[in-house]
Design a binder for this molecule. Sequence first.
Ligand code: PLP
Length: 405
Amino acid sequence: MFTVNKDYLSLRGSYLFAEISGKVNEYKAENPGREIISLGIGDVTRPLTPTVINALHEAVESQKTPEGFKGYAPDLGYDFLRKAIAENDYLRYGCDIESDEIFVSDGAKSDSGNIQEIFGRDNIIAVCDPVYPVYVDSNVMAGRTGSFDESTGKWSDIIYLPCTAENGFSPGLPSKTPDIIYICSPNNPTGTAMNREELQKWVDYANENHSVIIYDAAYEAYITEKDIPHSIYECRGAKNAAIEIRSFSKNAGFTGVRLGFTVVPKALKSADGIYLYDLWKRRHGTKFNGAPYIQQRAGYAVYSKEGQKEIRENVAYYMENARLIREGLVKMGYEVYGGINAPYIWLKTPDAMTSWEFFEKLLKNANVVGTPGSGFGPSGEHYFRLTAFGKHDDTKEALRRIGKM
Ligand code: PLP
C-alpha cells in the first residue's frame, strides 16, 4: 500500500494563476461574447524574433545528417552557450563568473523550484512578501515551512520580509537569521528593483551570517536605471553568498521554447565546508538530461549582435506598455509603483478594496484581468498587479475601460 508525500497536502489552494483562469472562464461562460483583455499572467505576446527563428530552423536542419545529429545534451549545457552567457551576462558587467559555473536548464521556474533540494530540511527560509509563489510552494513540498495560519496567511516557519510602499518595497534585515534568503530583482510582482547599495547590504548580511541568497534575475533585461545591478555578482563578496537564476523567457520570448540557467559559484560553500556547486551538479546530472540542443542554439543566437538588437526592441515595446499603464493610472488617481525596471505595475487598490474585490470589479466592469496582490502573500493585500506584456492596442483599450469604471 503506497502513501503520499504528506507535505504536498499542506499546499494552499490551487496555483494562483489556475485560480484566476478558473474565475475568468466562469465569467466567460456566464457572459458569452464579452471581449476580455488579459493583463494578468506574465506571458509575452511578441513572437520569436527572426534571428531566433533562423537559429531554430538551422538547428533542426542540422539534425538530418549523422554528422550534425545530437543525442543527449551535456547535462550542464553546451559550451558554446555557457561561454556566451559568461561573456555577455557577466564579464560585460565586470562579474568574474566562469562558463563552467553556469548550469543551463529548461527555465527559471524549474531551477527556482528545484534548488531548495540541495539544502537541509531544517533550514529556515526568508522570502520577500509579496513573493513569486514558486519559492514558498516548493519549500512547502519539501516540508520546510511549518503550519499555515489562516488568520495571517503565513507559514509558521517562514521569515516574511514585508515589501510595501512604506519601505519602498525594499525589505529591512530580519531580526531572526534565515539560512536561505530568496530575492527577486527586478521583482515579480511589485515591479520594483533593488539598487546596488540595498543588494550589497543583503550580500554582506548573508556573508556575515552564513546564509545563502537565491537571487532570481528573470527580469534583468528590463532594467533601465543605472544604479540597479544586472547581476548579484556585481556586489562584493557575492560569489561566497549567492546563487543566481536567469531565464530566456522574458527577454527573448522563450516562455514556450523553454531555456534558462543557474549560476552556482565554485567558491560557495556551507558552514561545514560542502560546496553547493558539487551538490547542484550531482542533482542536475541525476534528474535532468540537458536542455535540448535546438533550444540552446536559439539561446546562443540571442547573444548575436542582431539577436541583441531584436530583443532590445521587444523589451522596449513592453516597456512602452508599462509607461502607458503607469502614466494612465496615475492620471486616473491611482497610487502606482513599478514599471520602470520591470514589466509589472503594482497599484494600490482604491477605497481599501481587497485585492480579490478589485479583481472582480475589474473583470466585471472593464472586462480586464489582472492579478490580486494577496495571491502573492499577505503584504500583497490591497495591491494589484498589471503586466505590460500585452499588445499596445489591448493595453490602451484596457486603460480606456478602466478609466470609465
Ligand atoms: N522567476 C520569476 C520571478 C518569474 O516571474 C517567472 C515567470 O513568470 C519565472 C521565474 C519563470 O521563468 P521561466 O519561464 O524561465 O520558467
